[in-house]
Design a binder for this molecule. Sequence first.
Ligand SMILES: Cc1cc2nc3c(=O)[nH]c(=O)nc-3n(C[C@H](O)[C@H](O)[C@H](O)COP(=O)(O)O)c2cc1C
Length: 178
Amino acid sequence: MAEILVGVTGGIAAYKTAIIVSQLRQMEHGVSVVMTESATELVGKSTFEALSGRPVRTAFFGSDRIHVHIDLARESDLFCIAPATANILSKAANGIADDLLSTLILSFDKPVLFAPAMNPSMWNKPVIQNNVQKLIEFGATIIYPEFGRTSCGEVGVGRMAAPESIIKEIEKKISPKK
Ligand SMILES: Cc1cc2nc3c(=O)[nH]c(=O)nc-3n(C[C@H](O)[C@H](O)[C@H](O)COP(=O)(O)O)c2cc1C
């Protein structure tokens, strides 16, 4: 069984990440959740605490652990950021580390997976596509968003991949190579 770090950023698809955390726990993986401040506006920390059985961290200062931005990276086998906002993709592609979640991405040296989710116009912006390409070049895996109706009513590519597809990608990365 693996130790999985789940990063939740401020996209409306954050509620679907609760399903991912629940299923990973049912598969007997250890799951730690880190949320951005924006994510906590969309889904409560308590939901992820109940599903993971662990405290949810949002900040380094005032945390129960002094080097939480290093410890969680060392202790985890894989980092999956779902949903990944336009903001976190852009910060990660440029080495910006101005909160716990973005700092963990920088200190993480095992597989990092991003499941972007955003409005189709945001997803199609050249700056976002450029940042996605950069992340791939830096070794990250992108679980591409799907076509459909987004919560803002627009139809296009931008919906977060289905929880089952994200879990499948996680499993691929953590299962020993045959
Ligand atoms: C209701 C609501 C839904 C949002 N959904 C998304 C989204 O799906 N994708 C996205 O990139 N930004 C979305 N945003 C905007 C982000 O929350 C905002 O860019 C924020 O700065 C992201 O911060 P974070 O990356 O630190 O979580 C949404 C904002 C609101 C108010």
